[in-house]
Each structure stands twice: as structure tokens, then as C-alpha cells.
Design a protein around this ligand. Structure first.
Ligand code: SF4
Length: 472
């Protein structure tokens, strides 16, 4: 058997939490269902009735894991949930969150979206003090830091623990009487607060609120920690202040277009504006504009609007292909990208085509797409990318390939164009991308395009993350 893996950034994780609803686990299931795009490897829910914790988790998709009997085993008015894509740690059930422990302060469960750059160092220190880790995730470090803290209350211990980790975290924690949600001071990953009748909800993206009929209240601010319980919402700003570094790629690709993130409007509007800006910067004389579905659709619509070139659908995506597709051992042929995408020759034949995609990672998929469109009869193919060239990996929760595998790190635009065999190739400029994203340009992390990492690395971290090449 051969496994085909996608040539894109892998999605990251999703978190969801609800407090004060007698259908807490059912609503968490629905919330996780809406957030499926952020992680398809596994999912877990922990619920609480104020005395005991109840825990269910599994590998695979949300709809397959949470059957009626499974949800029945999750009573209580509070629950947190997590969808996992492994950005740190191996792929196995023991790494599926929420992580759950019982210690001197009672029950505690944690769900984390993001990536901690000093997790290995902290883990070694904790292990030297006798900590025994149950998983290989960086998130478990937070649990151990809470358990080892000398602070007197559980809340103070959570703050103490989160103050020691460096990197990206949007976390939800369940205790016996409260739900705690926090976002790292840079605000890398999104986290929003919602309200449904008498209950409070936190979720990675607001599309989770829409599905359950909850109202969007506001984003959890970078560096903010909120406690949700029967007394309502209490907000704290316990972490040292720093610049914001919200992940601009959430707008380009990761978040669902119908979500609001970072306190802004629907992602769809920004994605469309990225396309308009791209048309301003990289217009080309052509007959039709087509997207690489699905993530390239809003940007292609924006490009068509901005350029005056008609929008068409030239590629169809099969929505039922999972994250990986297993080819039969005795395969008649190599399916490649065809398993996911198919071209419509009647649309493309004889046409000069602008193809809009959100990013090029390794370049292998773009090359196959160009070939497919050419075989369908296109006369010219002009690739337009609604973000700048990706030159460096992400260390804040997005599972990017290594620098070596990123075509933008070793190839000029001309070389990449040649590799993907397009007639022309243009990326959106950094300024253009930041102009299209809402708010101040310096509020965003752009490190995968610029190598300007918002959190300085120690030499040891550079070595460990493969950033530092020792001289021979
Ligand atoms: S490095 Fe790129 S993907 Fe990672 S947080 Fe920064 S902008 Fe987002």
C-alpha cells in the first residue's frame, strides 16, 4: 500500500469549550464538527458534572468518533474538546487531546492549539525532577508545569505554567468548577468567546458558534486569560506584554472563510481582497480566471473582480477524499493529484487561463495542476498566488515541511515557474498581503515569508529546530 499525502501545509488543531449547558458534550461535538478542517487525525472530549470527569477520544474524523452511545457517556454541564493534527509528537491515540490528570487540585483537562518552542528543554528539566510523561506532545509540558508549580491556587499555577512556555498557545482547561481559556501574548492562533443562553463558549473559530446558534461576543485578546464559571466571565492579563504576532496565514489558508478571526470580519472578505490586490499587482491578459479549489476560490473571485477577467470553474475537487488516500497495491496507474482534482476540458480548451491558488509549498502539486490544465487544452497558464513565496518553516503550530522542502527557499520565482511549467508565475507581495489583512500590518506574524520570527530563538533551539547550521 502506498500513502499519498497532501502537498499543502497540514492543518493545525482546534479547541472548543463550553460552560453552563446541560448539553455541553453534544454542543462540543457539534463545535468540533464545524472545526474539522483544523485537524483530522483524532479528536477528544472531556466533560464534567462538577464531581467527576468523563473522557472519550478516538482517531479519525469527528462524525465517526462521537456516536450516540459515546456522547451519552459524557454527562455534565461543562466540556472541552480538541481536534488534532500532529504538529508536535507522533500520530497515536495517546497524543489525542484533551489531556487529563487528577492531582492535588482535583481533576484537570487541557486542550492546546499551537506549538511551544521550548517544550523539549522544559520536558528534559521536568523529567530530571521525576515527571513521567504519558504522551509525546509538547502540550503535556503545560500539565506538568501546573503540577510542579509552587503557587497556592490552581489559577495561579496555570498562570505560572503558561508564563514559562515560549511559543504559540490558544488553550482551554477544564477544572472541577471552571473553564479557563488563554491565548499567548503574541496571539499567534485565534480564540473567540461566544454566548448561548446562560452558557459561555470558547472556540478556535466562530464557525463553531454559528453551527450551535451561539452569539459571537469577542476574541480572547493576545495575552488574555479568562475564567468561565457560574459567576460569568472574569478576564486577566497575567503575561508580560509584547508585540502581537497573529498568524497572517490564518487569513490566507487555514481558517474557514465563514469564520471571524482576530476580532475581524469574515475571513472570506479578506481572502477576496487578497485576490483583488493580486490583480492590481500581477495583471495578465487572459480569457478566464479559475481557482484551485477549495481554498483558492475567494482569492480567484477577487482576482476576477479586480482584473475584469471572467471567473470560471475549470477544476473540480472530490470532497470525499480524506487527508490521505491509499492507492491499491496493484494499481493500474499512478493517480497523483487526479484523485483530488479533475479538469473540465470544455472550459479550458484554447483558453489563456489565470490559475489562482493560495500558496505553493513544495511545488509538486502546482506542477501536476498545470500539467492537468495543459492536457485539458489550455493555451496559456498563468499561475497567481495570493500570498508571498514561502521561504521558511513555521514553529508556531503549523506543520510545514522543512526549509529544504520548500521550493521558495531554494528557487527564484523564474526557477519555480520553470519547475511548475507555467507560462508565468506571480506571488502577492508582502505589503500587498498585509494591506489586504485587517488592522495594522505590524500585528501579524509573517515569519514563513520573511524569516522574521517574532520570538527570538536560543542557540540550542536553533540547533534543535534545524535553523542553525554549524560551520564545519
Ligand atoms: S510562521 Fe507563517 S504559518 Fe507560522 S504563525 Fe507565522 S505566519 Fe503563521
Amino acid at each position: 500500500m502506498r500513502l499519498i499525502t497532501p502537498d499543502k501545509f497540514h492543518d493545525e488543531c482546534a479547541v472548543f469549550g463550553i460552560c453552563g449547558h446541560r448539553e455541553a458534550a453534544n454542543l462540543t461535538y457539534l463545535g468540533l464538527y464545524a472545526l474539522q478542517h483544523r485537524g483530522q487525525e483524532g479528536s477528544g472530549i472531556v466533560s464534567s458534572n462538577g464531581e467527576d470527569f468523563f473522557h472519550e477520544k478516538g482517531m479519525g474524523l469527528v462524525a465517526d468518533i462521537y456516536t450516540k452511545p459515546v456522547l451519552k457517556r459524557l454527562p455534565g454541564q461543562m466540556a472541552i474538546g480538541h481536534n488534532r493534527y500532529s504538529t508536535a509528537g507522533e500520530s497515536s491515540l495517546k497524543n489525542v487531546q484533551p489531556l487529563i490528570v487528577n492531582f492535588a487540585f482535583g481533576n484537570l483537562a487541557l486542550a492546546h492549539n499551537g506549538n511551544l518552542i521550548n517544550a523539549s528543554m522544559l520536558r528534559s528539566e521536568l523529567e530530571a525532577y521525576g515527571a513521567i510523561f504519558q504522551s509525546t506532545t509538547d502540550s503535556e509540558v503545560i500539565i506538568h508545569l501546573i503540577a510542579h508549580s509552587r503557587a497556592e491556587t490552581l489559577l495561579a499555577r496555570v498562570i505560572d505554567a503558561l508564563s514559562q512556555v515560549r511559543g504559540a498557545f490558544s488553550v482551554v482547561l477544564l477544572t472541577d468548577d471552571s473553564l479557563i481559556a488563554a491565548r499567548d501574548p503574541y496571539g499567534f492562533r485565534p480564540l473567540s468567546l461566544g454566548h448561548l443562553k446562560d452558557s459561555w463558549i470558547v472556540a478556535s473559530e466562530t464557525c463553531a458558534f454559528d453551527l450551535i446558534g451561539a452569539e459571537y461576543v469577542r476574541e480572547i485578546k493576545p495575552g488574555e486569560l479568562v475564567v468561565l464559571n457560574s459567576e460569568g466571565v472574569t478576564s486577566y492579563s497575567p503575561f508580560a506584554k509584547t508585540r502581537s504576532a497573529m498568524c497572517v496565514f490564518e487569513y490566507v489558508y487555514f481558517s474557514r472563510p465563514d469564520s471571524k478571526i482576530f476580532g475581524g470580519k469574515a475571513v472570506y472578505l479578506t481572502r477576496k481582497e487578497l485576490g483583488r490586490q493580486l490583480a492590481r499587482e500581477a495583471w495578465v491578459d487572459a480569457d478566464i480566471v479559475i481557482p484551485v479549489p477549495d481554498s483558492g476560490v475567494p482569492a480567484a473571485m477577487g482576482y476576477a473582480e479586480g482584473s475584469g477577467i471572467p471567473f470560471e470553474t475549470g477544476l473540480i475537487r472530490n470532497h470525499y477524499v480524506g487527508r490521505t488516500f491509499i492507492e491499491p497495491e496493484q494499481s493500474i496507474r499512478h493517480f497523483g493529484v487526479k484523485i483530488k482534482l479533475n479538469a473540465i476540458p470544455e472550459v479550458l480548451e484554447g483558453k489563456r487561463v489565470v490559475v489562482v491558488d493560495d500558496s505553493i509549498v513544495r511545488g509538486t502539486t502546482s506542477r501536476k495542476i498545470v500539467k492537468m490544465i495543459r492536457q485539458a487544452g489550455a493555451r496559456e497558464i498563468h499561475m497567481r498566488i495570493s500570498s508571498p513565496s514561502i521561504v521558511s518553516p513555521c514553529f508556531y503550530g503549523i506543520d510545514t515541511p522543512t526549509r529544504k522542502e520548500l521550493i521558495g527557499s531554494s528557487h527564484t520565482i523564474q526557477e519555480t515557474r520553470k519547475y511548475i511549467t507555467a507560462d508565468s508565475l506571480a506571488y502577492l507581495s508582502l505589503d500587498g498581503m498585509l494591506k489586504a489583512a485587517p488592522g495594522a500590518p505590524d500585528h501579524y506574524c509573517t515569519a514563513c515569508f520573511t524569516e522574521d520570527y517574532p520570538i527570538p530563538f536560543t542557540k540550542a533551539e536553533e540547533m534543535q529546530l534545524g535553523l542553525f547550521e554549524p560551520s564545519l
